[in-house]
Design a protein around this ligand. Structure first.
Ligand SMILES: Cc1ncc(COP(=O)(O)O)c(C=O)c1O
Length: 363
């Protein structure tokens, strides 16, 4: 009997969760709408970055080398060597590769929920089992005991986003060490640490715990979400494994040039971080004044508990669009309650529109 096309696909293709990027088509089609729903950086690349990209474009007919100079510069930022750094096309690349490095069908991947929603589908596409442990009820912190209790002999990978997305909280060092002490591979995702220049990186952990690796992206504080650039930090053995899994030439000459240009111009990152952190403080104050509960956040996003308003998440998102043309991020129920949303600072004018919306809607 003739098979249908879908019958040729691996079975877990149809059962894996989908990561929905539909909101991006809407956002690009409506450039007058505030994009406060994605953890993007609202500030465009500097002329220095653009000039570096344009100059490099002239060599765009050539395959890249292994970017040793850039890996050396990144390594130095973390007291590591160039062979402790694997470059990639944004940390989504790392998310995909880490599943394929560690998970065989039936293996278990432990993470918390809510989370950055790309993680579960990429594990499910390896036919692995995703074990999601809800964050604690009171402070939305990782439920460390519950996560550790969920470990079985099939657990092959654990994720700690630090600070977490969407809750914005840092895990305690002592708790992070408890995970490392299990000996199970741990991904520490530091996508948002650059918003906290005073908080040290967890990179030194890799010296004591060779099964730990870090995932870093330039999509956030550096504003490279569309340029695409990220990297993995780990022992040389770990980095070799990732480089085997990453496609060769996964980072274009232009992305690498942009990355080097911004590393050489740290004031650009500082200005972006300051803009974000100033607005995060304003949002927190204004939301609190209105009787809502913003969670103190350490990234470029703020989780807001508006359950006390009696409005559902869907109603809030729709009203923000209707009243002030701002997109907010939908957050599913947390501990059975609707009315959570997430907001990311945009440009000044977009942020003013958000404030106008919350003052009118929640007053
Ligand atoms: C925790 C976390 N990791 C990784 C990513 C993916 O970032 P990238 O643009 O580098 O693929 C995101 C994006 O929002 C994120 O929140």
């Amino acid at each position: 009997m003739k098979k249908e096309l879908k019958d040729w696909f691996v079975p877990w293709l149809s059962t894996a969760r989908e990561y929905n990027v539909g909101i991006l088509d809407k956002a690009w089609a409506n450039p007058d709408h505030g994009r406060l729903m994605l953890n993007e950086n609202p500030m465009p690349p500097s002329d220095k970055v653009i000039e570096a990209v344009v100059e490099t474009m002239k060599n765009g007919n050539r395959y890249p080398d292994s970017y040793k100079r850039l890996r050396t510069k990144i390594g130095e930022m973390y007291d590591l060597g160039p062979d402790n750094v694997a470059l990639c096309n944004g940390s989504s690349d790392t998310i995909d590769a880490m599943m394929r490095v560690f998970l065989q069908p039936g293996d278990e991947f432990i993470l918390s929920t809510p989370t950055f929603e790309l993680f579960p589908p990429r594990a499910e596409l390896c036919n692995a089992k995703v074990i999601q442990i809800p964050v604690r009820k009171d402070d939305l912190q990782y439920d460390v005991d519950a996560m550790l209790n969920a470990i079985t002999d099939r657990t092959k990978l654990i994720l700690i986003i630090n600070p977490n997305n969407p809750t914005g909280v840092f895990i305690d060092d002592a708790d992070l060490k408890r995970f490392c002490d299990t000996g199970i591979p741990i991904c520490v995702d530091e996508a948002y640490r650059d918003y906290n220049p005073d908080v040290p990186t967890s990179a030194p952990l890799i010296h004591k715990y060779p099964q730990v690796f870090l995932s870093v992206t330039f999509s956030k504080a550096h504003g490279f979400a569309g340029i695409r650039f990220g990297f993995v930090l780990g022992t040389e053995e770990m980095i070799k494994a990732f480089n085997t899994m990453f496609l060769p030439w996964n980072v274009s000459l232009m992305s690498a040039a942009a990355a080097e240009a911004i590393i050489d111009n740290p004031e650009e990152i500082t200005a972006k971080v300051e803009h974000n952190n100033r607005w995060m403080k304003i949002f927190e104050d204004e939301l609190t004044k209105l009787g809502l509960k913003p969670y103190t956040a350490h990234g470029n996003y703020m989780l807001v508990d508006a359950t006390m308003s009696g409005k559902t998440t869907a109603e809030i998102l729709e009203a923000a669009l209707d009243m002030e043309k701002v997109y907010l991020k939908k957050i599913g129920e947390i501990h059975g309650k609707t009315g959570f949303f997430r907001v990311t600072p945009g440009l000044d004018e977009e942020n003013e529109r958000f404030l106008k919306f919350i003052r009118a809607y929640f007053a």
